[in-house]
Design a protein around this ligand. Structure first.
Ligand SMILES: Nc1ncnc2c1ncn2[C@@H]1O[C@H](COP(=O)(O)OP(=O)(O)OP(=O)(O)O)[C@@H](O)[C@H]1O
Ligand SMILES: [Mg+2]
Length: 605
């Protein structure tokens, strides 16, 4: 998982390396500052007492260097101290600011690459891959999960070096100054760390649970908002409100419980900090006043202030490390969900040396069986053998669930067969370059979509370079031109997401026009005129017969009238082809066809 995720850092590697470097400088300077302050206080003290007390140890070293530069002159020494304090503080701030910029670049860039890779992976998915992940789950992975990983990454490259470095240097330097005081501080920290670990162990499972529940809540909100019209039509608002409130309250209780436990953390940290300060000041003063000679430490007032600062820095670094731990633990689950998508291999890929030209519009199914997943017990399609000549019009009829859509999805290789082979233009579909095949085989899917944008934008999905004239021709063929012209903005009318501002029949006709713009060798309409009135349906078929006679047309329909004139009618039942023939033949030979015909033409009886 780590390898896969870190591969997404790419061009932001430089920023990701610079961040800890600048942070390291910042920490180093921050740790030196208390020493200079201590030396300054010691100088001030010796000045006010007018006695030359010489400090020892590391602070003493700094003091003697600076006082050496000042030739022992206390006033000049104080000015030197001040200047160096300011310079160090500015340097430390600058390092912090630069690190802030690089960390923002690195983490935002990393997240951008993650989203990019995820999106591209999803674009390569076949229908079978899409069946595996639900669309809402893919949206959550692209948004919330990426944000979690981004936050964790930011914490790690910033705090991953800051926490341990600050902790180590502060401890070492404070030991240099006074072993006794440092040991006491360290002891207090250990007590606090133990408490902290106990607290996290209790609270982490709750946070993990909360994240899972968040996911569910997101999914339910997305589903509800998408299906808002259906919710209203079924007057299910109250039920949906209750469902949402229950989920939301449940989440609230978990949050309150977790936060209640976490609420202990802050007072605990503050108490430990104040106790540490108290001890430092008390013991430090005792030692400084020379009342604790047996402890072997020799410190002065200035050093007490640096001991307090080191105690605080140690505590801060501990807090930072614990935050990183929490963020990373939370992001692991998100990282896993992201890599699951990145690792998913498309079930349909281009062959080596693919064929890019589809010779003609013939189709052949040879002993084809198909099931949607390996685990499925039954085949959705069994033992299909079918021959369609180029330029023929073929109707497919059958009850719901008889696998009509399943059958036609195998032609443009939206799914691969489980057994047997499908041939288009005399070649196995698996030999073609997928894009070339799908350009030659244009399908108007049963569950079709329009996208937000103008009518022209939507039509150009069929052909990027289509001229206005070509678009108009396609729309005339699909009987869409007449209603588009009635819109005030004509072909520039804006289509809302999902085509919600056009009628069902209008949407279907726009989808047909879009498919026609590909100028395909094979045109497949999967129940694409179900919402169109009978007269317009007949007009579309007539236009097809006259204007695109060479294109193979495969039309799935519920109405016999829609396929009656076809060269060939395929009757399907229970995933099998049960009859093939012209209308007149089928009226003689197929019981199912006769039943369907009679039920739709009662007045003829
Ligand atoms: N994506 C899918 N995953 C799993 N099973 C599916 C999927 N799509 C369809 N099926 C199943 O395959 C069978 C055939 O479905 P198909 O959509 O091909 O029927 P259809 O003849 O087109 O029906 P309709 O007239 O209602 O459109 C059904 O039993 C259905 O439950
Ligand atoms: Mg169908």
């Amino acid at each position: 998982m780590l390898k896969k995720l870190s591969a997404c850092v790419r061009e932001y590697k430089r920023d990701s390396i610079l961040t800890p470097l600048f942070i390291a400088f910042e920490v180093l300077l921050e740790c030196i500052l208390p020493l200079i302050t201590a030396s300054l206080i010691n100088t001030l003290q010796s000045f006010s007492l007018e006695t030359k007390t010489s400090s020892s140890g590391i602070v003493g070293g700094i003091n003697s260097i600076l006082m050496g530069w000042a030739n022992g002159d206390v006033i000049v020494g104080i000015v030197f101290h001040g200047v160096i304090l300011v310079v160090f503080a500015i340097l430390s701030l600058s390092c912090g600011a630069i690190a802030g910029k690089t960390v923002a670049n690195a983490s935002a860039g990393f997240a951008k690459n993650l989203r990019h890779d995820l999106f591209y992976a999803v674009q390569d998915f076949s229908f079978a891959n899409i069946d595996k992940f639900s669309s809402t789950s893919l949206v959550t992975r692209l948004t919330t999960d990426v944000a979690n990983v981004q936050n964790a990454y930011m914490m790690v490259i910033r705090g991953g070096i800051r926490g341990p470095m600050m902790f180590t240097i502060s401890i070492i330097l404070s030991f240099q100054i006074s072993k006794t005081v440092s040991l006491i501080t360290l002891g207090l920290m250990l007590v606090m760390a133990t408490f902290g670990i106990l607290l996290f162990r209790k609270v982490m499972p709750i946070f993990k649970r909360i994240f899972k529940k968040y996911d569910k809540l997101n999914q339910s909100v997305q589903e509800n908002v998408r299906g808002m019209r259906v919710v209203k039509a079924y007057v299910r608002e109250d039920y949906e409100k209750d469902k949402f409130s229950a989920a939301s309250n449940n989440l609230k209780s978990d949050f309150i419980y977790a936060e209640k436990i976490m609420a202990f953390l802050e007072p605990m940290m503050s108490s430990v900090m104040y106790i540490a300060m108290l001890f430092t000041v008390f013991i430090g003063s005792v030692i400084a006043l020379g009342m604790a000679k047996p402890l072997g430490d020799n410190i002065q007032v200035g050093e007490i202030s640096s001991l307090i600062q080191y105690a605080m820095q140690t505590l801060m670094s501990l807090m930072m490390l614990s935050m990183i731990f929490v963020m990373v633990t939370m992001a692991v689950e998100s990282g896993r969900r992201i890599t699951e998508v990145l690792d998913e291999k498309s079930t349909i890929t281009n062959p080596e040396n693919p064929v890019t030209v589809v010779e003609n519009g013939s189709v052949e199914f040879r002993n084809v069986s198909f099931k949607y997943s390996e685990k499925a017990k039954r085949n959705s399609l069994s033992d299909v053998n079918l021959n369609i000549n180029s330029g023929e019009t073929v109707g497919i009829l059958g009850g719901t669930g008889s696998a009509k859509s399943t059958l036609i999805q195998l032609i443009p290789r939206l799914y691969d067969t489980t057994e047997g082979e499908v041939f288009v233009g005399g070649r196995n579909v698996k030999e073609y370059d997928i894009e070339s095949l799908r350009n030659a085989v244009s399908v108007v899917l049963q569950k079709n979509e329009l996208f937000s944008g103008t009518i022209k934008d939507n039509l150009r999905w069929g052909n990027k370079e289509a001229t206005d004239e070509e678009m108009k021709q396609a729309c005339v063929l699909a009987c869409a031109d007449s209603f588009i012209e009635t819109f005030p903005d004509g072909y520039d009318t804006y289509i809302e997401q999902g085509g919600s501002n056009v009628s069902g029949g209008q949407k279907q006709r726009l989808c047909i026009a879009r498919a026609l713009l590909k100028k395909p060798k094979i045109l497949i309409l999967d129940d694409s005129t179900s919402a169109v009135d009978m007269k317009t349906d007949a007009m579309i078929r007539k236009a097809f017969a006259e204007k695109i006679p060479d294109t193979t047309k495969i039309i799935i329909a519920q109405r016999v009238a829609s396929v009656q004139d076809a060269d060939k009618i395929v009757v399907m039942d229970g995933g099998k082809i049960v009859a093939v023939g012209k209308h007149a033949e089928l009226m003689q030979t197929s019981d199912i066809y006769q039943d369907v015909y009679r039920s739709q033409n009662k007045e003829d009886k």
